[in-house]
Design a protein around this ligand. Sequence first.
Ligand SMILES: Cc1cc2nc3c(=O)[nH]c(=O)nc-3n(C[C@H](O)[C@H](O)[C@H](O)COP(=O)(O)OP(=O)(O)OC[C@H]3O[C@@H](n4cnc5c(N)ncnc54)[C@H](O)[C@@H]3O)c2cc1C
Length: 317
Amino acid sequence: MAQRQTPSGGKLLLNEPLARYTSWRVGGKADRLYIPAGLQDLQNFLHSLDDNEAVHFIGLGSNLLVRDGGVRGTVVLMHNVLTNLRMDGGLVYAEAGVTCAKLAKFAARQHRHGVEFMAGIPGTMGGALAMNAGCHGAETWDMVAQVMTIDRQGALHTRNKAEFVTGYRHVEMAEISSEAGNKKLSCGAGNKKLDEWFIAAWLALPDGAASESEQKIKSLLARRLATQPLNWPNAGSVFRNPSGDYAARLIEACGLKGFVIGGAQVSEKHANFIVNLGTATAADIERLIAHVRETVKREQGVELQQEVRVIGEVVHE
Ligand SMILES: Cc1cc2nc3c(=O)[nH]c(=O)nc-3n(C[C@H](O)[C@H](O)[C@H](O)COP(=O)(O)OP(=O)(O)OC[C@H]3O[C@@H](n4cnc5c(N)ncnc54)[C@H](O)[C@@H]3O)c2cc1C
């Protein structure tokens, strides 16, 4: 792997293995991985890129399957990069590289409640905004007042919540007017073309007692430990829950708990998790995802929708 320091301090890694940046611990190399030195550096870097260069932002890679053939283009790593977290007026200001766990604890200390659910989500603020991460009936965008985004040219935009359409693990920019007419943009929308990425969010959180939030965080974390296979590399829930049901229930009803392909296994503990037993390739995981989807469709008549995002190239044998 070659490494270059840009004049403004950012790090450019060539042919960098991405497995170490994802929670599944699988995947090939990125042609280029960029670790910005800060916001201005990120702006300059994006501005300098060729218009045709494919760009992927990643946070903690906890909802991401990188294929074994790696990623053509540039991957921008946001975890540990923009990490400002503070009160701004009455709002919590959190930059994209802040971890969800840190945000939850900070909000509790500030006597703000509503983001306790984030304590157990092992991702970044940027990833949570892109995914509309949530659990226990709460979602990231419930709390968002406004966000800052960055475009391909490195220009920053402050956008209101109303400029986005959000739903269950889904976020995209609403129709907006541009000089060229009405245009639909996507923002952090996984495998679609990305036109803007998240830099920060301002969250409106109601007042609450710190001790109550801290207690809630403790009990939510204990519940995760009891129900999720946290001792194996995984990417959380692989499939979204279909309306009125649970993907895990459907998968378990097909007898798929413990089913193995290569080094990938449907978790014995939580059927909607796929764990890497240590030797899994991305292809093993993708084959197992396809097998689960087909089996559930055949036996339960339900078409499961994937929650994890997939990037990169397949290796042709
Ligand atoms: C053990 C475990 C438990 C989990 N529990 C939950 C849960 O309860 N609820 C839940 O919703 N999820 C859960 N997840 C999944 C995951 O943690 C969340 O989806 C999280 O929000 C992803 O954040 P990340 O920083 O890791 O994003 P990544 O995995 O790095 O990226 C995910 C997507 O977001 C995009 N993205 C990342 N950063 C940005 C940015 N700055 N701007 C634009 N796009 C960006 C990426 O391009 C990609 O499409 C869990 C995962 C694990 C491993």
